[in-house]
Design a protein around this ligand. Structure first.
Ligand code: ADP
Ligand code: MG
Length: 714
């Protein structure tokens, strides 16, 4: 693509040069004259259209290719086409149905006569006149003569340009009450202003990447001459959007780095040596890589902000414990925060098991603790004694004062709001510095996407499972064969193994879900699983009760756990070898994958049975993917293809605004390029002092400003 490929796609007349001054007021004028249309525009996706500037940025997501006009005589039945005809006569055709009005025009083109019909548009009978020339988009129906059912038409040779029935016709994201055609007309009226906004992409980058001016890209997007031109224009706009996003995220990160310091923890020492010797296994190559990346971070006085991504079972705990120990080794404290009590108690077990042999103190801190225990915990935390603290939100309550917090590990970080994360980070500030932070997530996000979504975090990936682990055998079984599934389960239970039954997703309310779980358990107790010890777990149970059920399951007292998705995260019972997911087609892919991660945690061969008769294409694709692979990253790719980036819970909650032009599923490489350009630009002008940086920051604020708080000028 070259800059030249956009030349000539401009409408007649000279366009002003792009401005570098603040936006002229016309761009902030309302996008439509009347308040009703304005309301409808504000409801559009992917982003609301409020002013003229927004409208110009609301580019079509595709173009219909109506470039070739057909002759009436050549049309085949059922074919949709554009014809150019002269009207010879118009009438309202009589019909038997009262609510059906058919306007009919006799027409002719060079190939001969034809008939065009419109349904329920009686007013046309008064508008269409013999001798008029029309461009018509419609479908040939019937077998007698050329009768065309008109979808849309335009008058040829009139005051308006013909552009809805012929050429490359833009298709805009629209709504029921605001058609794409209406949007096209609104855009057309403002197209002369495409040159008004300043170009947010610095000239140097435009040249290096051979990218056209934004003005030309906007024009080419709304009114391309070729489909290639439209594609190139959209990539240009996507690049700019990603560039602004990355520039914002990176400068925000750098601002934080400049304003906060952490204690540099040096290189690993004797305690880490002992820890490694005490491990019953060799760390995987992926774990070693992550640890090396973390150690490099901890060696600096810039606070670490790293995301550790690893599928369930990839061994994140080991990496987390290493990181926490690095604090203890320097006479400091490490804290690990989990989003739920269940997860926190899981971590407590995992962390304690690894730290006990080393004699390192582990302090739990959760909501549900008895007051005396809690007071004692608070005291020892405040004393600054070197230790590892494991807990929930309880860690960030006001009463908690860390004497010497050096490292914080935040698990399943997308479940915490930004504020909660900040609150934990602030816990060390009293002592004049910030903690190093390791965020952990089991939500697999493709790496390139993670860079975009977590532009302000460094990313380490555990892309390898510990050796000797057998992938869970996954089967899709129709409901009609439910009996066989439970027969299989009973055989495994008789061998001393344990099982999960996941109840169907009930959307109405958590209450309904709880009831569904109870009902299902009762049904199984008196049916397929009569004679076995069944426990129930759902989100409506008090935490203490849930813990008790978990404990009974872990100890083997319960053979089967009937549960809702509350078992999705953190439950670790190696003896549980089979999971049956009922009505599996109702679950999302990420959810199914997380659920499956609960089995296959011990040495036994494990099974995940998806009970479903999937109806829609998406459900079939989802379940087929589950059967085909256990690789979370591959599944994340499938999910991304199916549902777009909004599907990724982590992306949703990372604070990324909705994007207008970029599709993260398509524009991975572009995202990387935009990121490296943003870095380069900010390296050269860290304080955003140049006029170009000023324009860029201004545009970034205009694009995303309401949703993200960055690009504050130093
Ligand atoms: P995650 O938290 O990423 O889901 P865990 O840290 O709970 O995974 O590890 C899962 C299981 O694998 C644990 O039982 C752990 O002891 C074991 N494990 C971790 N790393 C290794 C390794 N390098 N070799 C063998 N087993 C490992
Ligand atoms: Mg874990």
């Amino acid at each position: 693509m070259t800059v030249r490929s956009f030349a000539g796609s401009q409408p007649e007349g000279e366009l002003p040069e792009p401005k570098t001054a603040p936006r002229p007021s016309h761009l902030s004028a309302p996008a439509a004259p009347d308040s009703r249309t304005r309301g409808l525009l504000a409801g559009l996706r992917p982003r609301p259209v409020r002013d003229v500037g927004d409208l110009l940025e609301h580019v079509p997501f595709r173009h219909d290719d109506f470039r070739e006009a057909s002759l009436l005589a050549d049309l085949r039945i059922g074919e949709e086409a554009t014809v150019e005809v002269t009207v010879e006569g118009v009438r309202v055709r009589p019909t038997r149905r009262r609510n059906l009005v058919i306007v009919e025009a006799r027409v002719r083109d060079e190939s001969g006569p034809g008939v065009v019909v419109w349904f329920n548009q009686r007013y046309l009978a008064g508008q269409l006149k013999p001798g008029m020339r029309l461009s018509i988009r419609g479908e040939r129906r019937g077998t007698v003569g050329a009768e065309i059912a008109a979808k849309r038409h335009e008058v040829l040779g009139g005051a308006d340009e013909v552009r809805h029935t012929s050429g490359l016709v833009p298709v805009y994201h629209s709504s029921e009450k605001l058609t794409s055609r209406r949007i096209a007309d609104l855009v057309s009226a403002q197209l002369g202003h495409v040159g008004d906004p300043p170009d947010a992409l610095p000239a140097e980058i435009r040249e290096r990447r051979s990218l056209p001016l934004r003005r030309d890209a906007l024009l080419a997007s709304h009114r391309p001459r070729t489909l290639e031109e439209a594609g190139a224009a959209n990539r240009r706009l996507a690049f700019e959007e990603l560039f602004l996003l990355q520039a914002g995220l990176i400068s925000h990160r750098r601002e934080l780095e400049r304003s906060t310091i952490a204690r540099a923890l040096g290189r690993p020492g004797a305690l880490i040596d002992r820890f490694r010797e005490s491990l019953p296994f060799q760390p995987t190559a992926a774990q070693e890589r992550a640890i090396a990346e973390i150690d490099a971070d901890l060696d600096r006085s810039v606070p670490m902000q790293r995301l550790l991504q690893g599928d369930v079972g990839s061994g994140k705990t080991l990496v987390a414990v290493h990181t926490l120990l690095r604090a203890v080794e320097r006479e400091g404290q490490g804290a690990m925060m989990a989003p739920t009590e269940t997860l926190a108690s899981q971590h407590l077990l995992g962390v304690s098991a690894l730290l006990e042999p080393l004699g390192v103190r582990v302090t739990p801190l959760v909501q549900a603790m008895p007051a005396r225990e809690r007071r004692a915990a608070l005291q020892v935390i405040e004393s600054g004694e070197p230790q590892v603290v494991v807990g929930t939100h309880a860690l960030i309550q006001e009463a908690v004062v860390f004497g010497r917090l050096e490292v914080a590990v935040v698990d399943e970080q997308h479940r915490f709001g930004v504020e909660q994360r900040r609150a934990l980070e602030a816990k060390a500030r009293d002592s004049g510095h910030a903690p190093h932070v390791l965020h952990m997530t089991a939500t697999p996000i493709p790496r390139t996407l993670a860079l975009t979504v977590y532009g302000d975090l460094d990313v380490s990936v555990l892309d390898e499972l510990p050796p000797g682990r057998r992938p869970v055998v996954t089967r899709l079984v129709p409901r009609a064969r439910r009996d066989e599934v439970f027969a299989r389960m009973r055989r495994l239970l008789d061998e001393g193994r344990q099982a999960y039954v996941v109840c169907p997703l009930v959307s109405e309310s958590p209450n309904a879900e709880a009831t569904a779980a109870e009902t299902e358990a009762a049904r199984l107790r008196s049916g397929e699983l009569a004679g076995y010890e069944l426990g129930v777990m759902h989100g409506q149970m008090p935490a203490a009760e849930r813990r008790a059920v978990m404990e009974r399951f872990r100890s083997g007292e319960l053979a089967v756990l009937v549960a809702t998705t509350v078992i999705e995260v953190g439950v670790d019972v190696p003896n549980a070898v089979i999971m049956v997911i009922e009505e599996a087609d109702r679950f999302g892919l990420a959810q199914l994958h997380q659920l499956r991660g609960r089995v296959g945690r011990g040495g036994h061969e494990s099974f995940c049975i998806l009970l479903a008769d999937p109806a829609g294409d998406d459900a079939v694709t989802r379940l087929a993917a589950m059967v085909r692979t256990t690789d979370g990253f591959e599944l994340a790719e499938v999910d991304l293809e199916l549902r777009g980036e909004g599907s990724l819970l982590a992306a949703r909650q990372s604070g990324i605004p909705d994007l207008r032009h970029a599709r993260l599923s398509q524009h991975r490489r572009l995202a990387q390029q935009a990121r490296s350009e943003a870095k380069r630009f900010l390296d050269a002008d860290p304080d955003l002092r140049s006029p170009e940086a000023e324009v860029m920051a201004e545009e970034a604020r205009r694009m995303f400003g309401e949703e993200v708080e960055w690009l504050t000028r130093a």
